[in-house]
Design a protein around this ligand. Structure first.
Ligand SMILES: Nc1ncnc2c1ncn2[C@@H]1O[C@H](COP(=O)(O)OP(=O)(O)O)[C@@H](O)[C@H]1O
Ligand SMILES: [Mg+2]
Length: 366
């Protein structure tokens, strides 16, 4: 606050104390001192206010940070809980599948063996039937034993022998194909669901790919045609087979989902390939589905992010795959997508990995 233009110095001197001017001077002096004190007081209070404001602002920032931390803790906890629930579910499903695979293995084997036995036996019987045919022809040609020939011909007509001779080997071949498929699925279930192996092993990547394709057949077979291109001379890869299978399964299921609304399944191609690229083993899963719009591409690996309706999507698949590939196997998981054309997800796994994580490193925490 600035002083007034009228200063006490310009007023009459002390010897005029009792005059009117002296009173004014004292009055001005008191007022000047009071004003100064007020100014000082105001300044002190302003400073105090300023400091308090600053403290408040710092406190607000701290509070906001605390808030963020609590929110992040909550998110993390939610994620861990859901991962745990998922892991427990997968473990139960895995145990169940392993048990079923074990139970199915024996009957499938003997059904397959018996059909093979019937097929080879029928081939022997066919040799005999050819000989009987020849004998009957000779009898007919020489007009001998015609009564017996006739009764045999009748039986042949009754049992439709010609039809049986054509169809039985065919039926046996089809049954063998069926049991082979069953055996392959059961084998895949065994490999895939093996709950005990949680440690890194040197594994044939193609075997994991085959098993995963087999166990996920029901997800894609109605929507797409499968094309496989598996590298023959891929070196063994250090991985946790069950986890890697899970990561791959999530990609295949997503690819199938992306093609489910395609009008024609003939245009829908699910393409799975493996190859070696330098020091990496590469697995690619491509689809000719809806594609991922650019504006959501940065969110697809986020836990709980989904564009599917409730009950169809959990938003967990890609975040789990990312953890398995990147955190657990020290690989990379990336994708390339074009709306209306399709998407390719690529898994890269280091072939000479020395810094394998533990399962806890990879699946727990961010
Ligand atoms: N192959 C794909 N084609 C199109 N969109 C995909 C594909 N894979 C993933 N997405 C998108 O990423 C989202 C997250 O996938 P994911 O984590 O597996 O969860 P969910 O499948 O349960 O939705 C999906 O909802 C979908 O929008
Ligand atoms: Mg998914």
């Amino acid at each position: 606050m600035s002083e007034q233009n009228v200063s006490s110095d310009s007023l009459p001197t002390e010897n005029c104390d009792h005059c009117e001017a002296g009173m004014y001077k004292r009055f001005f002096e008191r007022e000047r001192i009071a004003r100064k004190e007020a100014e000082q007081y105001l300044e002190d209070k302003s400073r105090e206010l300023y400091l308090s404001n600053q403290k408040l602002a710092a406190l607000a920032i701290k509070l906001e940070e605390e808030n963020k931390r609590t929110k992040a803790d909550l998110e993390r906890r939610k994620l861990l809980e859901s991962q745990l629930a998922h892991a427990q579910k997968m473990e139960s499903v895995g145990q169940l599948a392993a048990g079923m695979a074990h139970e199915l293995n024996t009957p499938i084997q003997f059904v397959g063996d018996n059909i093979n036995f019937l097929k080879t036996s029928f081939e022997d019987i066919e040799t005999l039937l050819n000989a009987v045919d020849a004998l009957l022809s000779r009898c007919r040609d020489s007009q001998q034993h015609l009564v017996h020939v006739e009764s045999i011909d009748q039986i042949c007509d009754q049992i439709e022998l010609d039809y049986l001779r054509d169809e039985v080997p065919l039926a046996a071949s089809q049954a063998i194909t069926g049991t082979d498929t069953l055996a392959r699925i059961v084998k895949a279930m065994k490999v895939f669901s093996h709950p005990s192996t949680k440690s890194f092993e040197q594994i044939d990547l193609n075997q994991i790919v085959e098993s995963t394709i087999n166990v996920s057949r029901s997800e894609w077979k109605f929507h797409a045609t499968l094309k496989k291109e598996l590298c023959d001379d891929l070196p063994l890869v250090s991985c946790i087979p069950g986890e890697l299978g899970q990561a791959l399964l999530n990609l295949i299921v997503n690819a199938a989902n992306a093609m489910s609304s395609n009008t024609s399944s003939a245009d829908s191609i699910l393409w799975v390939s493996t190859r070696r690229d330098g020091d990496d083993a590469v697995v690619e899963v491509s689809d000719t589905g809806c594609g991922i719009p650019a504006e959501i591409q940065h969110r697809v690996f986020d836990p709980f992010f989904t564009t599917k309706s409730v009950g169809e999507g959990t938003g967990q698949g890609l975040s789990i795959s990312y953890r398995i590939i990147v955190k657990l196997h020290k690989g990379t998981l990336s994708f390339d997508s074009s709306v209306g054309k399709g998407t390719t997800f690529q898994i890269r796994l280091p072939l000479n990995s020395t810094d394998a994580a533990t399962i806890d490193d990879g699946l727990v925490g961010n």
